[in-house]
Design a protein around this ligand. Structure first.
Ligand SMILES: Cc1cc2nc3c(=O)[nH]c(=O)nc-3n(C[C@H](O)[C@H](O)[C@H](O)COP(=O)(O)OP(=O)(O)OC[C@H]3O[C@@H](n4cnc5c(N)ncnc54)[C@H](O)[C@@H]3O)c2cc1C
Ligand code: FES
Length: 268
């Protein structure tokens, strides 16, 4: 277990209720893979006691300085406390944790983000760009103000969708995926999907992928307690098949998992 202290470099609200926090971490924090997460103590006080899991939006390394970024929404007590942490505050975190995305060589990665789920996919897109790999980024949100990070997406082909039509296609990012798949003539041997977003969207994308035999990895965001495989508090139900009856722990066998075997209807 890699517990490290960290300090807040910056923390600001990028859109209503959504924050970007940058945390300086020591050299003992291993270079993370996109899709991995940290289990973060959100404040200096004893309460809230439990850490909160957050995917990494990015990781930077300049000389001896290392920093991680987390893009988060205020949804309850813990995230509310995190939003109030100011520059210089000392926190700690465990990480990097879990399994990240695993793009295969010679396949076009199609990244499909829903709302706040864009965070780990932005990280993945930067890694792909560093490796000069072409990719497609499909990003859907309620409105244009929820499209965090679009200007960061470079080196790939980007398509946007909004529910209110304020920018890009008016409708679901799933429609964009259907259009991309047929329009660009991808096949399961030439392309694969990486996705993160609300579970309803991930469920629909995994059905899309399973029906067509497409490899599809999703980053799950269920409730977690220990974050390191000790409490059995984050079981992922699987569909009938070779693995049915097994409940992999989301924190150690995920959060990135084969989306086509997850039983989304039974996921908490
Ligand atoms: C691997 C992983 C990565 C995540 N990455 C991000 C991220 O990049 N950005 C981000 O904003 N959030 C992310 N989350 C969700 C984040 O952990 C929760 O929003 C946070 O723990 C809520 O804490 P809270 O005390 O503010 O809310 P609580 O008061 O605990 O709960 C408020 C509401 O949020 C729901 N909730 C609580 N915990 C979770 C959870 N783990 N997942 C989904 N819903 C939850 C509750 O059911 C409730 O409706 C991630 C979760 C996981 C497991
Ligand atoms: S949160 Fe404890 S086993 Fe996953």
């Amino acid at each position: 277990m890699n517990l490290v202290s960290c300090s807040v470099v910056s923390n600001h609200e990028v859109s209503a209720g959504n924050f970007l926090i940058t945390l300086q971490v020591p050299r003992s924090f291993a270079r993370p893979q996109p899709g991995q997460f940290v289990h973060l103590r959100v404040g200096e006080d004893i309460e809230p006691l439990l850490r909160r899991p957050y995917s990494l939006e990015g990781f930077t390394e300049r000389g001896a300085l290392r920093a991680v970024r987390v893009y988060f929404s205020v949804v309850g007590r813990g995230s509310g406390v995190l939003a109030r942490q100011e520059k210089g505050t000392k926190l700690d975190l465990i990480g990097p944790l879990g399994i990240g995305f695993t793009p295969r060589p010679r396949r076009v990665p199609i990244l499909v983000a829903g709302g706040r789920g864009v965070a780990p996919l932005l990280f993945l897109s930067r890694r792909l760009r560093e490796r000069k790999r072409p990719y497609v980024f499909l990003f859907g949100a309620r409105s244009r103000t929820d499209l965090y990070g679009v200007r960061e997406i470079r080196g790939g082909r980007l398509h946007l969708a909004t529910d209110d039509g304020s920018i890009g296609y008016e409708g679901s990012v799933l429609d964009l995926l259907e259009r991309e798949w047929t329009g660009a003539r991808h096949t399961p041997l030439t392309a694969e999907i990486f996705t993160c977003g609300p579970h309803g969207l991930l469920h629909a994308i995994s059905d899309f992928a399973r029906e067509r035999g497409i490899r599809c990895e999703a980053s799950l965001e269920g409730p977690m307690a220990c974050g390191v495989g000790a409490c059995r508090g984050c079981p992922v139900p699987l569909l009938p098949g070779p693995d049915s009856g097994r409940y992999p722990a989301m924190c150690v066998e995920g959060p990135v998992m084969d989306a086509t075997i997850v039983d989304w209807a039974r996921l908490p």
